[in-house]
Design a protein around this ligand. Structure first.
Ligand code: GLN
Length: 304
């Protein structure tokens, strides 16, 4: 596959286009990121690395981190996790509180904020130092010990984190949060603040294209069944109330973040990460989605 030619074409098609969308500003630190950043990195199991643009610059991965915390929680508590969080698409925005009332404080899935906060609670219960445990997990997957939290972004989100405080408090009232609300949120704001580049994200997500095993060090991180489940959740829930649109346009499992990153996986083929900060009204990178649509159209391959 001529991946580099295709990536060059995508860069040329979009580099001068006027991107619609707005850089996230409800986390004050994110509003400072230049809107014209644009990069992409594709990591193919057989053919290696391809990229363009700002693919080596680190940015705030935000909700993409929910895939890592979910993977770690599935490893440590197994199927007990599904007693506390469901696996159904929500059709609601990522920060919605609405279905929790009727569903007894059980979030619809692990990728909406409510679900990720329950996953965070699981990790806070399990590990003495959950923030260190998540970093160790990431260092193991990527082989890169320099990946770390951005304390400024974490503090910035905490300063305006009223909705996430509401979600944790509300779920605690139903008995679905075991720990102190502040401890759960401290972990959650840190996981969202993780700073990674497109290259590093593609490197981390190759595990989901490779049945749970890292490519270079050949370490089995997750079982094939766990990977099947995580990819299925990315496909059905990774873009909240735009999961259908992402499937329709791109046709790959993926996960977005309000930092403007999107990661997608073509199982048994490649992982790909794209970064462009302006978001569409559903909170997903507008240009990122368009670029991935071009990728699966120009290669002629998706999972469908
Ligand atoms: N930290 C963000 C929040 O909780 C993550 C949201 C996202 O990336 N969709 O609002």
């Amino acid at each position: 596959m001529e991946y580099q030619t295709i990536l060059n074409q995508i860069e040329n098609e979009f580099k001068d286009s006027k991107v619609s969308g707005k850089v996230a500003s409800y986390i004050p630190e994110l509003a400072k990121v230049p809107a014209d950043k644009f990069g992409m990195h594709l990591y193919d199991l057989n053919e290696g690395h391809f990229n363009f643009g700002d693919s080596n610059e680190r940015f705030s991965i935000q909700s993409i981190s929910k895939v890592f915390s979910l993977a770690l929680a599935m490893k440590v508590i197994g199927d007990d996790l599904w007693n506390r969080v469901d696996v159904e698409p929500s059709g609601d925005p990522f920060n919605s509180l609405s279905s929790l009332e009727n569903e007894g404080g059980i979030p619809r899935n692990p990728f909406i904020n409510a679900g990720a906060l329950v996953v965070a609670d699981v990790l806070v219960s399990y590990f003495t130092n959950p923030k260190a445990a998540l970093l160790t997990f990431l260092h193991e997957i990527t082989g890169d010990p320099s990946i770390c939290y951005d304390e400024t972004v974490a503090a910035s989100e905490r300063s305006e984190g009223y909705r996430n405080y509401a979600l944790v408090n509300y779920m605690k009232s139903f008995g679905n949060i075991e720990n102190d609300v502040d401890d759960v949120l401290d972990f959650y704001f840190h996981q969202c603040s993780l700073a990674m580049s497109c290259k590093e994200l593609a490197q981390a997500f190759i595990v989901f294209a490779n049945e749970g095993t890292t490519l270079e060090s050949e370490r089995e991180i997750l079982s094939a069944q766990q990977v099947k489940r995580i990819n299925a959740l990315m496909q059905t829930c990774g873009f909240y109330d735009e999961a259908g649109e992402f499937s329709f346009e791109v046709g790959l499992p993926g996960k977005s973040g309000v930092g403007g990153g999107i990661v997608a996986v073509h199982p048994d083929h490649y992982s790909v990460a794209v970064w462009s900060p302006p978001l569409n009204p559903k909170g997903n990178s507008a240009l990122g989605m368009a670029a991935l649509e071009r990728l699966t159209t120009l290669t002629g391959y998706s999972i469908f």
